[in-house]
Design a protein around this ligand. Structure first.
Ligand code: NDP
Length: 246
């Protein structure tokens, strides 16, 4: 069903994994999708190609979302070209795992700058145009790590818990302008990010997942697409866990 027909959506970090699955899902529902990436131009073009092959409309656009000025330029350019931004999915994220005691300052800053500040940057610049239109839906990708904590991830869980706080505050600020802001907190999902984990960590994680398996990017994309469209029109300021029952 083309329930997002006529909408323009930005998905950050959409060159692979959850972002790519989300871009495909939104495009399959009729939205015009901006596939944002930072360094993986080829992978982002491939996502664009796959969407177009299925009859969707998409464009890949480079921007390091942790850079305040570049992010402003990126959002302004999209608005100038398409005249509207209806949906923003703040999905871009990185990990730099390590125990607190040995964590470098750079590893802390990189994760906070990309995951938390990047989400702030995009929300700030996009919400200006959503306020103008008096409508919009923003979905921020948090993590189970931001809710429960996870050893080796003080930087990452701080960024993801921060995203939840930011989501709830922005939801309260923007509700009067008919803009909804929600978060999705995935559990363990098959992607480049979890491919890097040692097998012992994956086995241990598996023991805490009721459904007994890692999720697929498409299973996160389904929840995001629900929050993006009008079926969720009375939901704002919420965090939906999509974690197989962790
Ligand atoms: P991947 O590592 O597979 O993909 C990350 C994406 O983010 C890539 O497209 C990458 O693009 C992009 N990206 C990274 N830095 C930047 C930046 N500065 N500016 C723009 N884009 C950037 O991750 P996943 O698909 O696994 O994760 C997606 C989101 O879901 C993340 O926020 C992650 O924290 C969250 N999440 C993932 C879980 C999992 O188990 N996989 C669990 C819980 C949450 P490029 O290569 O071009 O840099």
């Amino acid at each position: 069903m083309r329930r997002l027909e006529g909408k323009v959506a930005i998905v950050t970090g959409a060159s692979r994994g959850i972002g790519a699955a989300t871009a495909k899902k939104l495009a399959g529902s009729g939205a015009m999708v901006i596939i944002n990436y930072c360094g993986s131009a080829e992978a982002a073009s491939q996502v664009e190609y796959e969407i177009e092959q299925l009859g969707g409309v998409a464009k890949s656009v480079q921007c390091d979302i942790s850079d305040y000025e570049k992010c402003k330029e990126f959002v302004d350019c999209i608005y100038k070209e398409y005249g509207q931004i209806d949906i923003l999915i703040n999905n871009a994220g990185v990990t730099r795992d390590g125990l607190l005691i040995g964590m470098d300052e750079d590893d802390f800053d990189k994760v906070i700058d990309t995951n938390l500040k990047g989400t702030f940057n995009c929300m700030k610049f996009v919400s200006k145009y959503m306020i103008k239109k008096r409508s919009g839906s923003i979905i921020n990708i948090s993590s189970v790590s931001g809710i429960m904590g996870n050893p080796g991830q003080v930087n990452y869980s701080a960024s993801k818990a921060g995203i939840i706080g930011m989501t709830k505050s922005a939801a309260k600020e923007l509700a009067a302008r008919n803009i909804r802001v929600n978060a999705v907190a995935p559990g363990f999902v098959e992607s480049n990010m979890t491919d890097k984990l040692p097998q012992s960590v994956k086995d241990e994680a598996g023991k805490h997942i009721s459904l007994g398996r890692f999720g697929k990017p498409e299973e996160i994309a389904n929840a995001v697409a629900f929050l993006a469209g009008d079926e969720s029109s009375y939901i704002t300021g919420q965090v939906i866990s999509v974690d197989g029952g962790m």
